[in-house]
Ligand binder design. Structure first.
Ligand code: PLP
Length: 392
């Protein structure tokens, strides 16, 4: 099919890597990419209109998360939000130099943790069981008087496994330690209500491009009672919490994407879950020696990670790509590397199983027809590779 493959023939089952931009999001952004180019900090009305657009977007994101608009801080991406939360906690109190996180976080946390560990900070990496779940007792024991922050993802990008985040936050809060959650894969897919009386989440990260907004915009929720040290220093934008002229069109886009997500979440949950479940059922029933990785009960509705015994996932990806099907062998950041998924390894799976696993992630833009077509192509690819390995 080659590079000339038209969009219409593309089967995109990699929505945890990024998502198709919603036309309504682009439409909302357009005026701010063209004639409404004012600087939100300017004193005249032309600038004020841009500032009002950013504030409207802040309100839309706050509505999706069930928090107050003033708790929303626009950033450039999920990675920045994660880095900023941890950095704030560590610079707030020099006597607290210890961080607790897990072995299954995205590289936007793990690389930062490794960097900190090389610079004299102490990082405790909590393991997970075969389902991808952590042990809450172990978490409680890991928190020390010098712990600055605990950071744990809401939903795993590779397996979709959901951590019991509110329960975790309550444990951390009891120990008087800050709690951050990387909710990049959870926002828009599962209900989040930060106003909930029992919510003890101090920081939460969002990324626009995982919810049908273009790449390059994110949010950090900072609880109104949580002190915050800015990561970027300069102008007084974002109430002094993040310097740099606001990316007005992208803030507006994320606001619109958040509003759409809030409006469609229930309906989408059922529809997308239905596609994922049907895909998974057919893979398990019609392709021999296949197994789902991770907790199937506590999982995102759109994600499945499947091991195809004896198969090299890189080879499958290549053949699926030639047939116009996009999926992933892990997180996008590790694709192309020969290392097996750190998430599957942390779950105790062998290198072979990790290397034979593929992630399929769906969205509201996928159809039942694509699921059928994708399955047909996948079955062909797997049986071809298995035939080849028998001959070899
Ligand atoms: N955290 C998780 C769980 C992710 O899946 C990703 C992206 O794949 C990120 C953070 C990074 O987000 P961004 O691409 O906006 O920096």
């Amino acid at each position: 099919m080659g590079d000339s493959m038209s969009d219409a023939s593309l089967i995109y089952f990699d929505n945890n890597a990024t998502t198709k931009t919603d036309p309504a999001v682009v439409k909302a952004m357009m005026p701010y990419l063209t004639e409404e180019y004012g600087n939100p900090s300017s004193a005249y009305r032309f600038g004020k209109r841009a500032a009002e657009a950013v504030e409207r977007a802040r309100g839309q994101v706050a509505h999706l998360l069930g928090c107050e608009a003033k708790e929303i801080l626009f950033t450039s991406c999920g990675t920045e939000s994660n880095n900023a939360a941890i950095s704030s906690a560590l610079t707030m109190d020099p006597d607290r130099q210890h961080v607790v996180t897990t072995r299954v976080e995205h590289s936007a946390i793990t690389k930062h943790g490794e960097w900190l560990a090389k610079r004299g900070y102490e990082v405790t990496w909590l393991g997970v069981d075969e389902k991808g779940q952590i042990d809450l007792g172990e978490l409680e024991r890991a928190i020390r008087p010098d712990t600055a922050i605990v950071s744990m993802m809401w939903a795993n990008n590779e397996t979709g496994v959901l951590f019991p985040v509110e329960e975790i936050a309550a444990i951390v809060h009891k120990k008087r330690v800050l709690f951050h959650t990387d909710a990049v894969q959870a926002v828009g897919k599962v209900p989040i209500n930060l106003a909930h009386a029992h919510s003890h989440i101090n920081f939460l990260s969002v990324s626009g491009h995982k919810l049908h907004c273009p790449k390059g915009v994110g949010v950090l929720y900072v609880n109104r009672r949580t002190r915050f040290n800015p990561y970027l220093m300069g102008g007084g934008q974002e109430h002094g919490k993040r310097a740099g002229t606001e990316n007005v069109p992208y803030c507006v886009g994320l606001g619109e994407a958040a509003e759409l997500a809030a409006r469609h979440m229930e309906l989408e949950d059922a529809a997308v879950r239905g596609l994922r479940d049907e895909f998974e059922r057919q893979v398990l029933e019609t392709i021999a020696d296949t197994q789902v990785n991770g907790d199937r009960e506590n999982r995102l509705p759109n994600t499945t990670s499947i091991a195809f015994e004896g198969i090299d996932s890189e080879a499958v990806l290549l053949l699926l790509d030639q047939a116009g099907v996009c999926c992933s062998a892990g997180s996008a950041c590790t694709t192309g590397s020969v290392h097996p998924s750190h998430v599957l390894k942390a779950m105790g799976f062998s290198t072979e199983r990790a290397r034979s696993s593929l992630r399929f992630s769906f969205s509201r833009y996928n159809t039942a027809g694509e699921v059928e077509k994708g399955l047909e192509i996948l079955r062909g690819v797997i049986s071809k590779l298995r035939r080849m390995s028998m001959v070899a």
